[in-house]
Design a protein around this ligand. Sequence first.
Ligand code: ADP
Ligand code: LRH
Length: 454
Amino acid sequence: MVRFTAVDLGASSGRVMSAAVAGGRIRLREEHRFANRPVRVAGTLHWDVLALYQGVLDGLRKAGPAESVGVDAWAVDYGLLDGDGRLIGNPVHYRDARTARCTERVDPYEVTGTQFLPFNTVNQLLCERLDRAETMLMIPDLLGYWLTGTIGAERTNASTTALYDVRGRDWAWELIDELGLPRRIFPDFAAGASPLRPDVAEEVGYATEVVKVASHDTASAVVAVPAETDRFAYVSCGTWSLVGVELPAPVLTEESRQANFTNEAGLDGTVRYLRNVMGLWILQECLRAWGGPPLEPLLAEAETARAAAVIDPDDPAFLPPGDMPGRIAAYCARTGQPAPEGPAQVVRCILQSLALAYQRAIADAVRLSGRPVEVVHLVGGGSLNTLLCRLTADATGLPVVAGPVEATALGNALVQARARGLVGGLAEMRELVRRGAGVRTYRPGHPYEPRERG
Ligand code: ADP
Ligand code: LRH
């Protein structure tokens, strides 16, 4: 048996998972989970990156020795290092409002293939003073640097910056020059592994190395989609819902740009052709506004609740943290719909609206890419939400295969296993996931009889 450790930092929690690979199977065990709580300081919303790093160290200590470690995290955000390799300031959260002040609507879609999102790295960098910055590191690369002392960029996450040339597979240098951003801050792309710094090895209790995995969490999640053929759509369903298909090459048409589809880099040169749907964030924020009631009883109530209203989850009103139930009511008033009454109706309204948004995104992805789709794979924390899975099957008219819940950590560990020669390409990785994962299939029109499999 060979053990790997996957560090996965999501927008709502960080987790350190052990993955054991043996006899053609992979099994995960959660070693440590910690909240990812943003902090507002003097009006700016930050990630608490040192608390996250501490969570990683605690997790590595608890997990014990492993063949290697991989780190993935959410996209878009970064830390800046000065000439001595020290962090300048605390990374800012993509939900902070600063980009409203400095976004330049640059849109070289034919180069970057990136959908316009106000918080894309490019827009954030345009808000920064970069004179002291020597290096920009995306969040997983920053943590990797603290663990190993080695600086390097990684393609799947770089492709979310809107400063990456998706066909040339390099930083989009011309665009970087055009925007007046300093070339020096964009590190070379690194592959392979780097050993833990000796002081870190001492702190966690063992030496090992950090492997560059598909460090964008969504890229790792797509690696571990248990698809049997290439005719699948995915919903990587956590705080965000990333909805799309996997392609061999980007779609860079004007129609695709207008549909706000993005071409993110996947493992082995694949393209994750997807749309960001606001996702369970809206539900998370409602729960926060209601004082944090447990989710499961509310979902049970939402099963039978009726809500006539449908919201567009991607309305910009839902992006920043705040009073989400109030914003849903305001949206309904604005669009002439009866607002849902009480938490169960609000939850129902959110979930049915998400399912419809998934249906739209999948239909658009199929139309714009020409890739036929026979099944929807829904992975991540949202795959535990049976109502959402059923609504998605009904909205899309396709079977929804839900799970694995921890697809991201699995994808992270599988790339490490490949670095050790234990598994081959994507198809083989997915075969391993299928053998190990408990997944459930929801068929459209048979909403109350999910079939067990796996
Ligand atoms: P992220 O990686 O963005 O932090 P996750 O993949 O961990 O997100 O998913 C978190 C979401 O999963 C939560 O917002 C919640 O809606 C959903 N979730 C977690 N546990 C359950 C559960 N037992 N039942 C239904 N939904 C759940
Ligand atoms: C999901 C995710 C998504 C990005 C968003 C910022 O965690 O990485 O793919 O668009 O965070």
